[in-house]
Design a protein around this ligand. Structure first.
Ligand code: STX
Length: 372
């Protein structure tokens, strides 16, 4: 898949380091570093939530100029415990746990400031992280803007998009009895949390297929196949459904209102006009609230980062920012960031105190290099 990206993105590369971040509540977070160890730091925040990072995500950044850090967020990809496990417990998997994990990793890697790059759910997480820790972020690159407001979730999961793709919607509602269809997210929740694989696996596949089939302007069978592989689909569907039923633990409109805290940070917003998954109105609302951020509406694209026009706009953004000075490896700045107490604009529900970025000693990294 994605051969067209060879002309747009950087060549495929392998990590120079992989590791495991020991986070709270028994979570082991996979991360990898690629490109130039002395380059400008950037962290890639994947979508879903629950989709995991992929090797091709490394290719949005010039490997000579960037120190590229990819993370598999709690419960998915190569992180454990995995949300597909029979005993998966998502109580300690919330937006604010992910924000704490990202900040813990930054401190452990000795990075003063990094660029934050995220699409779709990754754009919501990038906004949440940056609004909680504005001094840790040098620039923001956002795509397919998603802020989990009620009407965004209802559009995609409660029937709005059915007007455009009625055939695909029919497949999405098929596993749900008619009497339950007025609350699709709740109906799927009952099945996705059922311990019986005969119940949760088909539900997860139908949930993931609906999403996969709506990411690109033209059908991408390879993308649909990879997202409906049972183990990945169960983790993806369970994590997404859990986050969406909680509105991401955001106040309604919180991420757009929070632009006030990050307005000064250089930013790029890239949106596909025909995005069915996260329709352009949200990107437009963000653009209106944040006119200082460069805004690009790609005229011939839907949602995915692999859409040619979107990939090109994202690469142009990272190339432009690569020329800016960076202060990675600045120990004084790390101390400064360590001492500061940014307000975290969200509560962690049902979580122990260790879920808020622990007060760690940056000289003793809590990670196992090369463990993956
Ligand atoms: N979910 C949007 C999202 O973040 C509502 C997303 N959906 N699929 C993806 O991301 C991948 C392209 C990363 C699989």
């Amino acid at each position: 898949m994605n051969e067209h990206l060879d002309e747009i993105l950087y060549p495929a590369i392998e990590p120079y380091d992989t590791g495991t971040l020991i986070a709270g509540e028994g979570n082991r977070i996979y991360y990898e570093q690629c490109g130039n160890p002395d380059g400008k730091p950037v962290v890639f925040l994947h979508g879903g939530p629950g989709a995991g990072a992929s090797p091709w995500h490394r290719r949005f950044f010039d490997p000579e100029r960037y120190r590229i850090i990819l993370i598999d967020q709690r419960g998915c990809g190569r992180s454990t415990p995995h949300a597909s496990d029979p005993h998966a417990d998502l109580r300690h998997n919330t937006t604010w746990h992910l924000v704490a994990d990202i900040e813990l990793l930054r401190r452990n890697l000795g990075i003063a400031k990094w660029q934050v790059f995220g699409g779709s759910w990754g754009s919501a997480l990038a906004l949440a992280y940056t609004q909680a820790h504005p001094r840790a972020v040098s620039e923001i690159v956002l795509r397919g803007i998603f802020t989990l407001r009620r009407h965004e979730l209802e559009w995609f999961y409660e029937g709005g998009a059915a007007s455009i793709v009625p055939d695909l919607w029919e497949d999405f509602v098929a596993p749900i009895p008619i009497l339950e269809r007025s609350q699709m997210m709740q109906a799927y929740h009952r099945r996705l949390t059922d311990p019986d694989p005969e119940v949760h696996v088909p539900a997860a596949i139908a949930w993931s297929r609906w999403e996969a089939a709506n990411l690109t302007l033209l059908p991408d069978p390879a993308l649909i196949e990879s997202m409906t592989e049972p183990r990945a689909a169960v983790a993806f569907a369970r994590i997404e459904n859990h986050y969406f039923l909680h509105g991401g633990w955001f106040d309604e409109g919180q991420l757009i209102a929070g632009v006030e805290r990050i307005r000064h940070i250089p930013a790029v917003i890239v949106q596909g006009r025909y995005d069915l998954c996260t329709p352009a109105m949200t990107a437009w609302d963000l653009h209106r609230a944040w006119p200082e951020a460069e805004f690009t509406m790609v005229p011939d694209a839907a949602h995915a980062a692999s859409e040619p026009g979107i990939a090109a706009a994202l690469r142009a953004a990272t190339d432009r920012f690569a020329a800016d000075a960076h202060d990675g490896h600045d120990d004084a700045a790390v101390e400064d960031a360590h001492d500061e107490h940014d307000d975290v604009t969200g509560a962690v529900e049902g979580a122990g105190e260790a879920s808020v970025a622990p007060d760690i000693d940056t000289t003793e990294p809590a990670r196992e290099s090369g463990a993956a």
